[in-house]
Design a binder for this molecule. Structure first.
Ligand code: PRP
Ligand code: URA
Length: 208
């Protein structure tokens, strides 16, 4: 699993445990999703390209860097929305392009319902945001959309991944690295991640 990153950071482990807790209310849940997203953003952007730029400090002129790549954040509605703020704290000028996809409850297949991407890509790297990588259907459908859009560099950033979803993602889109807070045990018969955290959208928006 060479292109799968699963965090070993103690802050991530601590916050993820609170996130999983059935007693965590939606307000706290949203706060934790935002904080975990910021911690993962740091890892997922470690290989962004920079160009040299001179800078004048109060003491002298010196060499520095600025980001070369134009970043697009692609939250999968609904649950991915909660990760945007965490990323924006670190990269405030990133564009946000929403993709609306839900899983059909019976078939577990992704159903796309919202996409306002312009004809030409406006960014050079896309970071797909979704807390849950379960069967992988939603993530794969989103990557398909972004590749058709013409973006070459795509990464998936989630909080919890199931082995089943990771495996199919790697088979279908081996060029897309996956960044997660944790890899869980398995999917249950309803396609939910175990131990997981339940329904990430419902827990954020109080709609359980
Ligand atoms: C959840 C989650 C992912 C998807 C993951 O969304 O936020 O998008 O399920 O499952 P998959 O890997 O099997 O596709 P959901 O379909 O519940 O939509 P919602 O966020 O609008 O509630
Ligand atoms: N979507 C969720 O929100 N949770 C899961 O466990 C699986 C899919």
């Amino acid at each position: 699993m060479s292109n799968v990153f699963s965090s070993t950071h103690p802050l991530v482990a601590h916050k993820l445990t609170k996130l999983r807790d059935i007693n965590t209310n939606p307000k706290k849940f949203r706060e934790l999703v935002r904080e975990l997203a910021a911690l993962l953003a740091y890892e997922a952007t470690a290989d962004l390209l920079v160009t040299p730029r001179n800078v004048e400090t109060p003491m002298t002129a010196t060499n520095g860097y600025e980001l070369q790549e134009k970043i697009g954040l692609v939250p999968i509605l609904r649950a991915g929305l909660g990760m945007v703020e965490g990323f924006w704290e670190l990269m405030p000028s990133a564009e946000v392009w929403h993709i609306g996809i839900y899983r059909d409850e019976k078939t577990l297949k992704p159903v796309e319902y919202y996409n306002k991407l312009p004809v030409e890509p406006t960014v050079s790297v896309c970071l797909i945001l979704d807390p849950m990588l379960a069967t992988g259907g939603s993530a794969i459908a989103t990557i398909d959309v972004l590749k058709r859009w013409g973006v070459k560099k795509i990464k998936f950033v989630g909080l919890i991944g199931a082995p089943e979803g990771i495996e199919i993602m790697q088979k279908t889109h081996p060029d897309v690295p996956i960044y997660l807070a944790c890899i869980d045990d398995h999917l249950n018969q309803n396609g939910y991640i175990v131990p997981g955290l339940g329904d990430a959208g419902d827990r954020q928006f109080g709609t359980a």
